[in-house]
Design a protein around this ligand. Structure first.
Ligand code: AMP
Ligand code: MG
Length: 288
């Protein structure tokens, strides 16, 4: 599978409206894609064991999307086979009073995965160049006036690029997904959440308000993705009208990215080997 099709280059002049949201690549059926997803989950589990044992790299996976695009479902399905001890999921909500009393990357740093772990961000600091931009919430962020200029978003994009580069150079590898759906698909899924009693809990009237800002969100997503897709921390725009295709592509990107790292089980030195032999001898000689 060719994941490079969905990978965005830095300053590539991405046009989200030019990417079809209902693509399914070479797959015509959900069944084939689901089989392949099971294989990928298995591969991911094996690579995760090495990541954990080696204890040097961490992998940070960021999910961003419009409401109903399938972030929660993708996280659940794609991560289903992983060892829970080796993963850490964090959801970014409206910032608390404590969080607003800090710089906007503080809460991200607090929730970064430890070495050996896969960390998942359900939303992220990208909200600080998305919802904050759409609703002009920057004034709530207690930033000194002299830093709130017309360049603030360019400044933030640079800060984010620098931050992700810093993470990369410290062994934390960031993968970023934008799940791309059409406005029509969102309408269908919102209606479904109203009509299906079992899904009522997922519906929030606030989602309808946000829907009115669809075009602003698309524009700012496009800007953020163009500006912050880098070699060290690329964005992938995943067509997500078909959930089964999105989940498969996400798993493929994660597997390929992790396979490109130098992940190996740690080997032991001659001296440690001798210690192990000594321990074995003692155990064999012990009575019970
Ligand atoms: P949900 O993901 O449905 O639980 O919703 C979380 C909400 O928190 C979304 O509406 C986000 O836009 C909002 N949110 C996340 N981060 C921020 C932020 N930095 N500033 C304002 N709202 C945020
Ligand atoms: Mg929601």
């Amino acid at each position: 599978m060719d994941i490079s099709k969905y990978k965005i280059d830095h300053n590539s002049d991405l046009k989200l409206s030019g990417i079809k949201t209902d693509q399914t690549g070479q797959f015509d059926s959900k069944e084939d894609a689901e089989k392949k997803l099971v294989e990928n989950v298995q591969r991911m589990t094996e690579i995760q064991s090495k990541l954990y044992a080696q204890d040097k790299y961490a992998v940070l996976i960021i999910f961003q999307a419009m409401d109903t695009a399938g972030k929660d479902g993708a996280i659940k399905h794609v991560m289903s086979g992983l060892n829970p001890q080796g993963t850490h999921v964090h959801s970014f909500k409206q910032p608390s009073v404590e969080e607003l009393d800090h710089d906007y990357l503080w809460r991200a740093t607090k929730n970064l995965p430890e070495r050996g772990l896969i960390g998942i961000f359900n939303r992220s600091y990208y909200e600080d160049v998305l919802v904050v931009r759409v609703h002009d919430l920057i004034k709530n962020q207690q930033i000194p006036d002299e830093f709130i200029t017309e360049n603030i978003w360019k400044d933030r994009f640079r800060q984010i690029r620098d931050y992700e580069r810093y993470l990369f150079e410290n062994g934390i590898v960031t993968i970023k997904f934008f799940l791309h759906i059409s406005k029509e698909t969102q309408k269908e899924r919102l209606l479904d959440r109203i009509d299906d009693k079992a899904k009522n809990w997922k519906f929030s009237a606030a989602d309808l308000t946000e829907r009115q800002y669809w075009d602003d969100y698309q524009r700012y997503y496009q800007d953020a993705i163009n500006e912050t897709s880098t070699k060290q921390a690329p964005w992938y725009v995943i067509p997500a009208d078909k959930k089964w295709f999105a989940r498969l592509m996400i798993s493929e990107v994660i597997v390929k990215t992790m396979e490109s790292l130098n992940l190996e089980y740690p080997t032991i030195s001659k001296q440690q080997e001798e210690v192990l032999k000594g321990c074995k001898q003692k155990l064999m000689e012990s009575k019970s």
